[in-house]
Design a binder for this molecule. Structure first.
Ligand code: MEV
Length: 446
């Protein structure tokens, strides 16, 4: 066994964990400890809270926290918090928000709020008996979970429905209980999973004791009880629309009509071609994930759900849609978003709590609308660039600034570089050569 393995790591103090990592995996342990410690929170209490979110923590990984102002959603103004490491995303969201602010803003509506959970089980008995006795079982499932659902019911939520799905034609002896839930302002994962595990127990005791079942039918195996992150009925729609002529003119003198046609074709391409759809939807999730992260929600769940939804008819497709009809441009997205504004990290993480406050402490439904709108804005900004100037123009300016930064250019050198590269391709070597040329010219002058 290599000396780079360890037992009892989780029991070490934070400092000892850090020392062990530094000593075993870095050439200069002192230097790396200095870097890692540099990201410890200066306030020990805040650090304790952050450490509590995960395990084996040795430091914090910092991400930029930006704000995209000027979002008008259903007539209300928002400044949207965004946590993202990719340059240009927040700028693009802000630009799209401003563009649509001048054209009436975004509208958004909730199409559903149902969450889903499943108890997967196998049973070798007579399927007919299970179907026949299911109404009785359903009552028992609800009754035996009543202590777990009481609070949620008091808030207006709880179990919506429980159905029995026989899947024996796909997998021998396999069934599932497919349950739907309303979890109000919470994402509801803990609630749903607790209820499902209880249902698993009820299921087993039902089979073990029900008089209609023979001795050979007493054995029911619960394979697993877990929520589904696919929530196609927890859905929000965000829309922008305006007369085509109000879209204005675009770089290079492109008319509103030409823009609208190119833009809607770009959306259709993402509908018919999965290669384009993946990139198109990635752009949408640039915005969605950034707000999901900023508000302490689970971006993996949101992405898993969205991509499953995008492939719901068997082909992976664009999540957004566009029509240009009777002189009207309409661009919209239907997005499944199971998010919460209470529970989880939402109130525990100091920055998530701050984000929610910045958004006016929205309900989960309002947050769904804000997130969908941000995704739509991001998609609009990306397609606007792609169908007019191309994406590299904006990106390359940021790229250039990253390179000048890396090469320790002064402010005046950076200004010269920006001017010089305005009509030229940016590459690391070209920028280095340019900086060297102006630096040596200055030396000659001296
Ligand atoms: C880059 O992060 C996102 C885009 O590629 C999205 C798109 O192509 O639609 C610009």
């Amino acid at each position: 066994m290599s000396n780079k393995t360890v037992s009892g790591f989780s029991k070490l103090s934070k400092k000892d964990k850090l020392k062990w990592v530094a000593k075993n995996f870095f050439k200069d342990p002192e230097a790396v400890m200095h870097v890692i410690k540099g990201f410890w929170h200066k306030d020990a209490e805040q650090q304790r809270i952050i450490d509590g979110f995960s395990e084996n923590t040795i430091s914090n990984f910092v991400m930029p926290y930006g704000v995209a102002p000027n979002f008008i959603i259903n007539g209300k103004e928002y400044a949207v918090p965004m946590v993202i490491e990719e340059s240009s995303v927040v700028a693009a969201a802000s630009a799209a928000a401003k563009f649509w602010m001048q054209r009436g803003g975004f509208t958004a509506e909730i199409l559903g709020t149902k969450k889903v959970g499943q108890v997967h089980f196998t049973w070798t008995g007579d399927p007919e008996k299970l179907h026949e006795d299911f109404p009785e079982l359903r009552k028992k499932l609800r009754a035996e979970a009543a202590d777990l659902t009481a609070n949620m019911e008091a808030r207006g939520g709880g179990i919506l429905d429980i159905i029995l799905q026989e899947m024996t034609h796909i997998e021998p002896h396999y069934y599932q209980l497919k349950c739907t839930f309303e979890t109000c302002d919470s994402m509801g994962a803990n609630f749903i999973n607790s209820v499902l595990e209880r249902m698993g127990q009820t299921l087993q005791s039902f089979a073990a004791t029900h008089p209609a079942f023979s001795d050979e039918e007493r054995d029911l195996t619960v394979i697993m009880a877990i929520l589904s992150n696919y929530t196609p009925d927890c859905l929000v729609r965000a829309t922008v629309t305006c007369p085509v002529e109000d879209l204005g003119t675009f770089p290079g003198g492109m008319s509103a009509e030409v823009f609208a046609e190119k833009f809607s074709t770009a959306v259709r391409i993402a509908r018919i071609d999965p290669y384009r759809a993946a990139t198109h939807n990635k752009g949408i999730y640039n915005g969605v994930d950034a707000v999901v992260l900023a508000t302490g929600n689970d971006f993996r769940a949101i992405e898993a759900c969205g991509h499953t939804y995008a492939a719901r008819d068997g082909q992976y497709r664009s999540l957004s849609h566009c029509t240009v009809e009777n002189g009207t441009f309409k661009f919209w997205i239907d997005l499944p978003l199971a998010v919460g504004t209470v529970g989880g990290l939402t109130k525990l993480h100091p920055m998530a709590k701050t984000s929610l406050e910045l958004l006016g402490n929205p309900t989960a439904e309002e947050l769904m609308m804000i997130i969908a709108v941000t995704g739509l804005a991001q998609n609009f900004a990306a397609l606007r660039s792609l169908t007019t100037t191309g994406i590299q123009k904006g990106h390359m300016k940021m790229h250039l600034l990253n390179i000048t930064n890396h090469l320790a250019a002064t402010e005046s050198e950076t200004k010269k570089a920006v001017k010089y590269f305005a009509d030229k391709s940016v590459s690391f070597s070209a920028v280095r050569a340019f900086l060297e040329s102006i630096r040596s010219a200055e030396e000659v002058e001296l």
